[in-house]
Design a protein around this ligand. Structure first.
Ligand SMILES: Cc1ncc(C[n+]2csc(CCOP(=O)(O)OP(=O)(O)O)c2C)c(N)n1
Ligand SMILES: [Mg+2]
Length: 759
C-alpha cells in the first residue's frame, strides 16, 4: 500500500486523538494532490488489478464512514452521559470486506471492533438501519434490537450475528462448535436454520490469539480437519499489532499461524480495500468450498486508543501516535476514491459530514428512547420458564414404537424390568431421550464405545450410531463450545463432563457464555443444552480430589442455570425428562450432577436389602422443577420432630442416620431430598421447615457458599430461623486420597452427632 504522510499541524498535537483523527481526514482529502483517473463505471475495477468494483467500493467506503462516525459520536456523547461505551472500530473498518463477501446467513461471532462489518452486513437485508440500531445499543435503550439495552454488543437476529461478551477469545470454541454443527446436521438428517453450505465467521484481535480459549479452538479445528472432517470456520484475526498497551511481537501472528497444515492461512491488507478485497474473497471462498478451517490474517491498525478512556498520549510517544494515525484506513479509502476518479474531494467531504450528522441525529434520538427501568425488565430474558409447556413436553410420550425397537421389544422395556440402580436408569432414560429427540447428540470423553468411565452411556453408541454419540478430543472448553454450537443450529446437545473438577476447568463456557446468551440477546438467541457431570465424593477405592470434587458453589451463582442432583435412578430419569423439556421449551442451559458414588448403589440399610433400587418410570412421568421428595418416618407420621434437608449422597446417608436417631431419642424424623439445587425452591424449603421442631442440613458440598447456606437463608428469611438447627457440611478443603477423603465430608455419624447436639 502507498504510505500516507500524516498532515497533523503542530497545534493539533493535543490529548484528544479522536479529534485529531477526525481533522486528519478532512485535511487529507482537501490536501490531496494526486492525479485522478477517468471515473470508473459501476462494475469496473476500482483500480487496476483490484478485484473490487467501483459500486462495491462505494458501499464499503460508506460502511467504513458509518463505523468511524459511530466511534466519533460515542467519544463526544459519552462525556454527556448519552452514550455508555467507547471501545471503537477505528482502524479496523476494513473488516467490512469480510461482511460483504460472506452471507448474512453465515453465523458471525464478532470482535468488538466490528462496526465496519456490521454496517456492511446491514446492507444484506432491505429496510434495516445500522446507524439507528447501533445508536440504540450505544445509548443502552430498551429498544436496542441487539440486547434490549443490556449491553453495547454487536448482534442481530435477522443478520445471524450472535452477540458476544467482552471476554477475550471466549467465543472461539462456540464458533468452532457451530461450524461442526453445520456439517453434523446433514449427517443426522437435521434441518438447519441456515443454508447447508454456510460458514461461520469468527473475528478477534491479535493479542486474543494467545488466549487458552482461542488456542483450544484453533487446535480443535485443526484436530478435526486433520482427520479430513469438515470444519467450515473462518477465523479472522484483526491484527493491529497491540492489545491495550502490550505490543504483539512483530511477525508473531504470521509465524504462529502460516504453517499449520490443518489450518489454512490467508493474509490480506485490511487497511486497503482495493488491495485487500481479492484476498479476503479468496479466504471466504476457500472456507466455503473446501469446508476447511481457514485463518484470515487481516492487517488493521488501532487509532483513537483502546477505548475512550485510554489516553495513549500518556504512555506512547507523539511520533509513534502520529505514525499509527497515518495508517488510518479511511485515508487510504479516500485516496482510492480520488485516485480512481470515482469521487471528488467535495463529494467525499460531503459524505463524511452527512454521515457524521446521521450518527449524531440517531444518537440524540436514541438517547430519548426508554431505558430499562426495573429489575423485572432487566432479568426478563434471563431464565424464561413456562411450567405448563415444560410439563407437557417432559411427559410427551409419542415415541412408543421407537423405544420398543430400541429396547428390543415390548417385554424388554425398562419399566417392565426389576428395579434398578442409578447408572442403569440414567442410561435407560438417555435411550428414551434419544428416541424422543432425533436431534439429540451426546458427546464427551470416552462416552462412545466404552460407554463412559462408569458405563452410564453404554450401548447408546450402538443403538444410535457414531453420528449422535461420539468421543471428543480431550478438552472440556471444546466440549462445551461444541454444545453451544449444536444448540445454535437447533440441535439438543447432551455434553458429558467426566468429573466435576473438569467442569471447573472449563466453567467459563457455561458461566460467561452459554448461560448469558439469552440475557445479552434479549432472548432472541438460545443455546439450550443438557449437561451431565459425574460428580461429588464418597467413591470407594477411587480417591483423590479430582475424582471426588464436591464444590457446587461454582454452579450456584450462574444466572439462569438449572441444576438437578438425583439421589436415585427413578428420580434421575424423571429429572432428565424435565431438564430436556426446559431446554426445548424455554431454551434453558441445564446441568445434571450425577453422584458417582450412587451410580452402582443398590442397598440402603443392610447389605443385600436392595433398598436403593427403584422401578423405571414410564415416559409419561416427569419431575416438576423445584419439587423435592419427602421420606416420612416408617410409621407414616409427619416426622416433625426432626426435618433433615439434604440431596445426593446425603439422602441415603440421612435415611440411615435418622433411623439411629429415632432409636436413640424417639424422634419421628423426615428426610427431604431437595433434588433441585439451582434454583433452590425457597418456598418449598420454608414449607417443610414450618412444622419442624428441629432442623438438620446435610450438605456434602463445601461449607462456604454451598447449598447449605442457601437452605439456611431460605429458612431464616421465611421466618423460621429461630428453630434449633445444625449444619453437617463438607470442609473448605480439597479432598485427600484414600480413607482420609471421608474426613472432609459429612458421615452418617456426623449426622447422629449433630442430632445429639440438638437434643
Ligand atoms: C479474558 C479476558 N482477559 C482480559 C480482558 C481485557 N482486555 C480487553 S481487550 C484486551 C486486549 C485485546 O487485544 P487484541 O486481541 O489484540 O484486540 P484489540 O483490542 O487490539 O482489537 C484485553 C486484555 C478481557 N476482555 N478478557
Ligand atoms: Mg490488537
Amino acid at each position: 500500500m502507498t504510505s500516507i504522510q500524516s498532515p497533523i499541524p503542530a497545534r493539533m498535537k493535543g490529548v484528544n486523538r479522536a479529534e485529531i483523527c477526525d481533522v486528519n481526514f478532512s485535511e487529507f482529502v482537501r490536501g490531496w494532490n494526486g492525479v485522478a483517473k477517468d471515473a470508473p463505471g459501476n462494475d469496473d475495477s476500482i483500480l487496476e488489478g483490484s478485484a473490487l468494483d467501483a459500486g462495491g467500493f462505494r458501499e464499503l467506503f460508506e460502511s467504513q464512514l458509518v463505523s468511524r462516525h459511530l466511534d466519533l459520536m460515542a467519544r463526544v456523547l459519552r462525556v454527556q452521559d448519552k452514550v455508555f461505551y467507547t471501545i471503537g472500530s477505528s482502524g479496523h473498518e476494513g473488516n467490512a470486506m469480510v461482511a460483504r463477501l460472506a452471507r448474512h446467513t453465515d453465523p458471525a461471532f464478532l470482535h468488538y471492533r466490528s462496526g465496519g462489518f456490521m454496517a456492511e452486513r446491514f446492507r444484506k437485508l432491505p429496510g434495516m438501519d445500522p446507524v439507528m440500531d447501533s445508536a440504540l445499543s450505544f445509548a443502552a435503550s430498551r429498544d436496542d434490537p441487539a440486547s434490549g439495552g443490556r449491553h453495547k454488543v454487536w448482534g442481530s437476529r435477522p443478520l445471524w450475528v450472535l452477540p458476544q461478551t467482552s471476554t477475550i477469545a471466549s467465543h472461539l470454541p462456540k464458533a468452532f462448535g457451530t461450524a461442526v454443527a453445520i456439517e453434523q446436521a446433514r449427517r443426522i438428517g437435521h434441518q438447519l436454520p441456515i443454508p447447508d453450505d454456510s460458514i461461520v465467521v469468527c473475528s478477534f484481535g491479535d493479542a486474543s490469539t494467545n488466549h487458552a480459549s482461542a488456542q483450544a479452538a484453533f487446535n480443535a479445528a485443526s484436530w478435526t480437519a486433520y482427520q479430513k472432517l469438515p470444519v467450515p470456520v473462518l477465523f479472522v484475526c484483526e491484527d493491529n499489532g497491540i492489545g491495550i498497551s502490550v505490543k504483539t511481537p512483530d511477525g508473531w501472528i504470521a509465524q504462529n499461524f502460516s504453517s499449520r497444515r490443518a489450518l489454512d492461512y490467508f493474509q490480506a491488507d485490511g487497511l486497503d480495500l482495493a488491495d485487500g478485497y481479492g484476498r479476503v474473497r479468496n479466504a471466504v471462498e476457500h472456507c466455503r468450498m473446501t469446508r476447511r478451517p481457514t485463518f484470515l490474517h487481516l492487517r488493521t491498525t488501532r487509532i483513537m486508543g483502546h477505548a475512550g478512556t485510554d489516553f495513549e498520549i500518556e504512555w506512547r510517544s507523539i511520533e509513534e501516535l502520529c505514525a499509527v494515525e497515518a495508517t488510518d484506513p479511511l485515508l487510504r479509502s479516500a485516496a482510492i476514491a480520488l485516485e480512481s476518479g470515482l469521487m471528488s474531494k467535495d463529494e467525499i467531504l460531503a459524505l463524511y459530514e452527512d454521515t457524521r450528522k446521521r450518527c449524531f441525529a440517531a444518537a440524540e434520538a436514541a438517547y430519548r428512547r426508554p431505558k430499562l427501568s426495573s429489575l423485572a425488565e432487566v432479568v426478563a430474558p434471563l431464565a424464561p420458564y413456562s411450567p405448563d409447556e415444560v410439563r407437557a413436553e417432559a411427559t410427551r410420550s409419542d415415541f412408543a414404537d421407537k423405544r420398543i425397537a430400541v429396547f428390543g421389544g415390548e417385554a424388554k422395556l425398562p419399566e417392565r424390568q426389576a428395579p434398578k440402580h442409578l447408572a442403569i436408569q440414567i442410561n435407560q432414560a438417555l435411550h428414551d431421550l434419544f428416541c424422543k429427540y432425533p436431534e439429540a447428540l451426546l458427546f464427551g470423553e470416552d462416552v462412545a464405545r466404552k460407554g463412559g468411565v462408569y458405563t452410564v452411556t453404554r450401548n447408546l453408541y450402538k443403538a444410535f450410531g457414531n453420528r449422535r454419540v461420539f468421543n471428543t478430543l480431550l478438552d472440556e472448553t471444546i466440549i462445551l463450545g461444541l454444545a453451544q454450537g449444536f444448540a445454535n443450529m437447533g440441535m439438543l446437545p447432551l455434553p458429558e463432563i467426566q468429573y466435576l473438577a473438569y467442569f471447573h476447568n472449563a466453567c467459563d463456557q457455561i458461566r460467561g457464555e452459554a448461560a448469558s446468551l439469552q440475557f445479552f440477546s434479549n432472548d432472541q438467541y438460545r443455546n439450550p443444552m443438557l449437561l451431565r457431570i459425574a460428580s461429588l465424593g464418597y467413591q470407594k477405592g477411587f480417591g483423590g480430589h479430582f475424582h471426588n470434587d464436591n464444590s457446587i458453589t461454582a454452579l450456584r451463582d450462574i444466572p439462569g442455570l438449572v441444576v438437578g442432583c438425583p439421589s436415585r435412578g427413578d428420580d434421575a430419569a424423571t429429572m432428565l425428562r424435565t431438564l430436556a423439556a426446559l431446554a426445548k421449551v424455554d431454551g434453558r442451559v441445564c446441568a445434571l450432577l450425577e453422584p458417582i458414588a450412587l451410580y452402582m448403589t443398590k442397598d440402603l440399610y443392610e447389605h443385600g436389602d436392595g433398598g436403593w433400587l427403584t422401578a423405571y418410570p414410564t415416559p409419561e412421568q416427569a419431575m416438576p422443577l423445584g419439587e423435592g421428595r419427602v421420606y416420612l418416618p416408617e410409621d407414616g407420621s409427619a416426622g416433625d420432630d426432626l426435618v433433615v434437608f439434604t440431596f445426593g449422597n446425603g439422602v441415603p446417608m440421612s435415611l440411615r442416620a435418622v433411623r439411629r436417631i429415632g432409636e436413640k431419642y424417639g424422634w419421628k424424623a423426615r428426610v427431604v431430598d431437595l433434588r433441585w439445587l439451582v434454583p433452590l425452591n425457597d418456598a418449598y424449603i420454608v414449607e417443610q421447615a414450618r412444622t419442624a421442631k428441629r432442623i438438620l442440613i446435610v450438605d456434602e458440598g463445601r461449607r462456604s457458599a454451598g447449598v447449605g447456606e442457601g437452605i439456611i437463608t431460605a429458612i431464616t428469611e421465611g421466618g423460621y430461623g429461630a428453630r434449633p438447627f445444625r449444619r453437617v457440611v463438607g470442609a473448605d478443603t480439597f479432598t485427600p486420597l484414600a480413607g482420609a477423603a471421608l474426613l472432609v465430608i459429612p458421615s452418617e455419624q456426623d449426622i447422629v452427632d449433630a442430632a445429639d447436639s440438638l437434643a
